[in-house]
Write a protein that binds this ligand. Structure first.
Ligand SMILES: [Zn+2]
Length: 320
């Protein structure tokens, strides 16, 4: 008999009810495939199950304007798409809040000490959503809301967001650009949607130096990513010394992904996970929550999620 370990897993069956229509890459099958892969693996009985609840409007307002939140709610009620990439239906407003809430409940479980780290298999994703605008399949910025939630509710001072989705996390950057208390790191393919994330975008005002962008040209592989994580991310984060680390875990830098051209493998994501866990063990007592962003090849997504969660479990059990 396997005992439940120190890694949590947040998922809600309603995530599949966000219907983006035929041919849309951000489709319900994504979370189904990843869930089935986890359930079929030896990892499943070791995961502590976390039940998502809807984020409140107040929690959304940690990063979004009330006008924007109202706009999203009205567009959903009227079934008017938010933008060209981001279709919505009546139920989408609640499902998007449930997506954010999956990440917040994972944060709660880590802060309560029930678990050490967690993976939130959520959709819709969030990292392109700005304070005032949906973009790129994203309605509410799950990770930025979670970072501010940790500060508001648990007295955490410094949080780091590590975004390895193949697209630049422009929304997260916008929200945090002038905020010196939350470090934002993004490694992404460039040029690629949404076009931001140049190396000289390093923050503004008090936040100068707490945004770190590493654009990568198409064709780069895991070794190149590891090099960046070891020589750029590790020293920067150890210097910043976050008390909590949040991963914007997109898996679209996988070589099979149809939307990009970076050549990571599932093992590459496992190695990136190891490095982030090592850093968090040094500065944040191993506290990590990881939230799904992109990843549009079902096979690549499933294999990468299993590899990622396997390392979260392995490392969580090592930290005393
Ligand atoms: Zn992406």
């Amino acid at each position: 008999m396997t005992s439940v370990g120190k890694t949590g897993f947040a998922y809600h069956p309603d995530y599949v009810n966000h219907d983006t229509g035929p041919g849309h890459p951000e489709r319900p099958d994504r979370v189904c495939a990843a869930l089935q892969a986890l359930q079929a693996s030896e990892l499943w009985p070791k995961l502590y199950q976390i039940e998502p609840t809807c984020a409140t409007v107040e929690q959304l307002s940690y990063v979004h304007t009330s006008d924007y939140i109202t706009h999203v709610q009205q567009c959903c009620e009227q079934e008017t798409n938010l933008d060209y990439d981001t279709p919505v239906a009546k139920e989408t407003f609640d499902i998007a809040r449930l997506s954010t809430g999956g990440v917040l409940r994972a944060a709660d479980a880590v802060m309560e000490g029930t678990i050490r780290n967690a993976f939130a298999l959520v959709r819709p994703p969030g990292h392109h959503a700005t304070p005032i605008r949906s973009m790129g399949f994203c309605l509410f910025n799950n990770v930025a809301i979670a970072a501010r939630y940790l500060q508001h509710n648990y007295g955490i001072d410094k949080v780091a967001v590590v975004d390895w989705d193949v697209h630049h996390g422009n929304g997260t950057q916008d929200i945090l650009y002038a905020d010196p208390s939350i470090f934002f790191f993004s490694i992404h393919q460039s040029p690629l949607y949404p076009g931001t994330g140049a190396a000289n975008e390093t923050g503004s005002g008090d936040g100068i130096g707490t945004t770190l962008n590493v654009p990568m040209s198409a064709g780069n592989d895991a070794d190149a990513y590891i090099e960046v994580f070891e020589t750029t991310l590790r020293p920067a984060l150890l210097n910043f010394a976050p008390e909590f680390v949040i991963i914007s875990a997109g898996f679209d830098a996988h070589h099979l992904d149809p939307l990009a051209a970076i050549n990571l493998t599932a093992d590459g994501f496992a190695r990136l996970t190891d490095i982030v866990v090592e850093i968090s063990a040094e500065t944040a007592d191993g506290k990590i929550i990881s939230a799904l962003e992109g990843g549009y090849s079902l096979r690549a997504l499933s294999e990468s999620v299993v590899a990622h969660v396997e390392r979260l479990i392995k490392n969580a059990s090592r930290i005393k």
